[in-house]
Design a protein around this ligand. Structure first.
Ligand code: ATP
Length: 231
């Protein structure tokens, strides 16, 4: 007996577009789903919680109340036809693992899953989930770098290698970057800059920084942090 025949048809249509299925619409899943919608991606949202589903109705391409631990339900919703599925269930580790294993069995090409602990993450990785994310741990580390340093924004691209937005240090203003020893002495590269009123532009050897400019630097995390401290 098909429980979601109508949803199945319309989610099949969503799956044909630039689309993502998001399972679990708590704070993390719903903000992810809304951000995807804002950037033009079609989103099928799934959650067992009726109230959550109601609250997101009309904001996502389609929102369905369903239990993702049941394979037939995921098939009826055509989740197996999506190229990308995010499992944003955290606290109910069993439901997260079951859902991920069904998605793997359904051969969804790219699966992202949120983990709430190291053990949870390890199991998801062992199952074969393609991308395991630790939102709270990652955000905690990012904020720690912001709190510790002078960076206005910070992203650790991979362990030990980072990107930061900082104010252009005084000693590197007024001279073309190519004529400074910035890279050799400090081990970082200035990739882009922005004047007070201007837009971001790629930086090159001819770029001359002025007071008030913002710059984007990349390099080893310790070098980026040290550079961000320069007056
Ligand atoms: P967040 O930290 O993102 O706010 P949360 O604490 O609200 O998450 P989680 O346990 O991480 O809750 O679960 C996220 C969502 O996943 C919840 O809204 C929950 O209803 C939903 N969910 C849990 N189990 C299932 C399931 N089997 N099928 C579908 N949705 C589920």
């Amino acid at each position: 007996m098909a429980r979601f025949p109508l949803f199945g048809d319309s989610s099949r249509r969503i799956a044909e577009a630039d689309s993502v299925a998001v399972i679990g619409l708590g704070r993390f899943g719903s903000s992810l789903a809304l951000e995807l919608m804002a950037s033009g991606t079609e989103v099928l949202g799934i959650d067992v919680d009726e109230e959550l589903v109601q609250s997101l109705n009309g904001q996502l391409t389609q929102v369905v109340r369903a239990d993702s631990t049941r394979e037939e339900v995921l098939r009826q919703l055509a989740v197996d036809e999506f190229d990308r599925v995010v499992v944003a269930i955290g606290d109910d580790v069993q439901a997260s693992i079951l859902t991920a294993s069904i998605l793997l069995q359904l051969k969804v090409p790219v699966i992202w899953a949120k983990a709430v602990s190291e053990q949870h993450g390890r199991i998801l990785e062992q199952l074969g989930v393609h991308h395991v994310i630790f939102p709270e741990k990652d955000m905690g580390r990012r904020v720690a770098h912001l709190v510790r340093g002078a960076a206005m924004d910070y992203l650790e691209i991979e362990r030990g290698y980072s990107l930061a937005k900082i104010a252009a240090p005084e000693r590197f203003q007024g001279t073309p970057l190519g004529e400074t020893t910035l890279r050799r002495t400090h081990g970082v590269t200035v990739t882009a800059f922005k004047t007070l009123e201007g837009a971001w532009q790629n930086a090159d050897n001819q770029t001359v920084l002025s007071p008030g400019d913002r710059i984007l630097i990349v390099g080893p995390t310790d070098r980026v942090e040290a550079f961000a401290q320069l007056p």
